[in-house]
Design a protein around this ligand. Sequence first.
Ligand SMILES: C[S@@+](CC[C@H](N)C(=O)[O-])C[C@H]1O[C@@H](n2cnc3c(N)ncnc32)[C@H](O)[C@@H]1O
Length: 338
Amino acid sequence: MSALEPLRLVCVSCRRSDGEGGVLARDLGPAEGGLLCPGCGARYPTTDEVSVLLAAGLHPVDPLGALDASWPPDAAGWCEALASEDPASAAFREAGLLGTYALGHLPELAPTEALRAQLADRVELAGLIDRWLSRHAPPRELPVLELGSALGTWAPRWLGATDSQVALVDLRPSMLRLSRRLIRGESVTIPWRRVARHFEPLTLALPGGAAEPERVLHLLADALDPPFVAHGFGLVVAFGLVDAITDPWMLLGQLDALVAPGGMLLLAQPFHYEPHAQPPEAWLDGPAALRRALAGGLPGLEHLGFRVLEEAEGVPWPLPAHDRLVHRYLAHVLLATR
Ligand SMILES: C[S@@+](CC[C@H](N)C(=O)[O-])C[C@H]1O[C@@H](n2cnc3c(N)ncnc32)[C@H](O)[C@@H]1O
């Protein structure tokens, strides 16, 4: 086995171009309450093992107050508060999204039989990924990165694909805080929307219990400005990000920069767009456009040189909004290397 490559975190505040196509970046070191750049002195706080690695001046959007050390609040009181919350508010929407992603990832915990039945084919994606990763193993000595990881429930799978570490990156503090606790083997209770403004507590836990938390890093960071050295990952995963991030073109450039030589890229997306999240002029027109972009066939991305190893279309991707509404996306999934 080759020597294990540990995950290196670099300062996103003083990172800069070296003028010759390379990048100058300093490794972060431990400091009281978080991480510190020995060069520029930037400090990055850590709350309950979730590190905030955003460039100076950038603050996370946190309508639920999830960066507060005491978060999450008591679920019964939280449900009660939501009953009088404006449904158009960010706090209502974000609380709803927690349940959506929770049950999208852990459908067996859905509170009704009807909902569990609607979410049952969610397992197809997991089976597909297991088959692909058994046919094309990423380099085990390198870390794995998942961008836009939400609750991070795929992490046990990524741990099985590396002897090094797994980094989970998202911009939502609430998802990362819950994810960290789930990975530690704790149960967490969040509001689940039954109907209208009626929420009830829903308790979540990972089916397999703790997932080697010492090998999993939770990072609140921007996938468009990731706090890593170039080409450091054996596998980079992004599910539902190409069609959700503000700039998918820049994301593809970053994915290319993160994957190590011989490493792999695993993408899944339904190509469903929301104009408020991603401007229409940035939308990729489905699988063919993505394939062309990854192969270097689109202007501005000519340097990309990925080869598709596996691909599947129409993979069911159910996501529940509440007891009476399940969105059924059909995902395009691909595994590529270069
Ligand atoms: C559509 S959700 C998909 C979540 C999860 N991957 C899944 O498949 O269920 C997109 C996720 O990406 C995160 N996200 C959006 N923009 C991001 C960015 N620039 N950097 C990191 N995460 C981002 C969101 O917070 C959200 O958790």
